[in-house]
Write a protein that binds this ligand. Structure first.
Ligand SMILES: Cc1ncc(COP(=O)(O)O)c(C=O)c1O
Length: 350
């Protein structure tokens, strides 16, 4: 199969070999340019808030299309943790929130910090038995990452959803590491939260939550600000209710971030998530094969590491994450088979 040169086509500009999208993604040229132009407009004082609101709504519409929902079901925020806090603030007193013991802190901390003051319990179990424990404990909520950031392991979300439905447990999925995969089949989760700064190639400071209407009724808009008001034509100091849609949970937008994010999301849509998944998985498989590792099911590949291997990657200009004795390599649109082969030569010492 002929490889598509997304790096050239969309003007990605990594210096060296960037295999670190699980940490943060790189913007396509049009997102970089949109951001630079927005900063210039800001500096000139010519910009209006109404103009800055447009990319925010463009991004909301993109996120809705990408997840096969209506824009009314998309809440925008600045990070995953504060969106999760809208869920944590509304867990019923005496309820249980179940999570595995290996989750990213932005998913766990809002629950753990609010458990005592709000009178609910957080239970942590091994990821392998999460679905079984849902059936046994019938918690109010179960929260899990769809793709584990440490190593790209995929959650068996079908099993989790089935177990949760049977006992009326609500399901919160963190899809921050899943922006490379088609997610429309996840419609049955009550809530999904995701960060924009990884696979969706936006800057830090964009995040979103997709909520089913029934689940949304049980949330508390603890972060909502003036842009969450029902009638945007009324002055933002006039008392009024929250928007009845998911926008009623919006944090006031960091406008510059959304300028960049909206342009990056348009590239994601233009290429299509199915093609992105195919490209990324092809490269991840090439990498895993070359390292003698099992075939990966996500673009995140983890190898046992040591200082020598880290040095060799640095010498070859390969950006990666080295943590807890492992080296995490993650591939995205700006990578190609040459990147993988150079990385393999560095790791295999040939
Ligand atoms: C699974 C997961 N969730 C969330 C985040 C980001 O959380 P926040 O937006 O709160 O920084 C990350 C990585 O940064 C992550 O890997």
């Amino acid at each position: 199969m002929l490889e598509t040169d997304y790096r050239r086509e969309f003007g990605f500009a990594p210096a060296g070999i960037f295999l670190n999208t699980a940490m943060f993604g790189l913007p396509p040229a049009r997102a970089t340019e949109a951001g630079a132009a927005a900063v210039r407009d800001w500096a000139s004082g010519r910009v209006t808030l109404d103009a800055w609101a447009l990319p925010v709504e463009r991004a909301r519409a993109s996120l809705a299309r990408l997840h096969a929902v209506e824009p009314d079901e998309v809440t925008l925020g600045a990070n995953v943790s504060s969106l999760v806090a809208t869920v944590a603030a509304a867990v019923p007193r005496g309820g249980v929130v179940l999570m595995s013991d290996d989750e990213f802190l932005s998913l766990t901390m809002p629950f753990e910090n609010l458990a005592k003051p709000r009178g609910f319990l957080v239970q942590r179990v091994k990821r392998e038995i999460l679905s079984r424990q849902v059936a046994a404990l019938a918690p109010a909520w179960v929260a899990a990452s769809l793709v584990r950031p440490q190593d790209g392991q995929l959650l068996d979300h079908a099993a989790l959803l089935a177990a949760a439905r049977a006992v009326q447990t609500r399901v919160l999925l963190d899809i921050s590491q899943a922006g490379w995969m088609p997610l429309t089949a996840l419609g049955e989760a009550d809530l999904m939260v995701g960060a924009g700064h990884k696979w969706l190639m936006g800057p830090h400071g964009t995040a979103f939550m997709i909520s089913a209407p029934l689940a949304r009724q049980s949330l508390l808009p603890v972060n909502a600000g003036w842009t969450a008001r029902a009638d945007l034509t009324l002055p933002p100091w006039e008392r009024q209710p929250h928007a009845p849609s998911a926008r009623g949970f919006d944090q006031s937008p960091a406008f510059l971030n959304w300028v960049v994010q909206a342009a990056a999301l348009e590239v994601v849509e233009e290429i299509g998530v199915a093609r992105i998944a195919a490209h990324n998985l092809d490269l991840a498989k090439r990498l895993a094969r070359g390292l003698g590792l099992p075939i990966p099911t996500s673009p995140i590949v983890t190898v046992p590491g040591n200082a020598d291997l880290v040095r060799r990657l640095q010498d070859a200009g390969v950006q990666h994450t080295a943590r807890g004795g492992n080296i995490r390599l993650s591939v995205h649109l700006y990578n190609d088979s040459d990147d993988i082969d150079t990385t393999l030569r560095a790791l295999n010492g040939n």
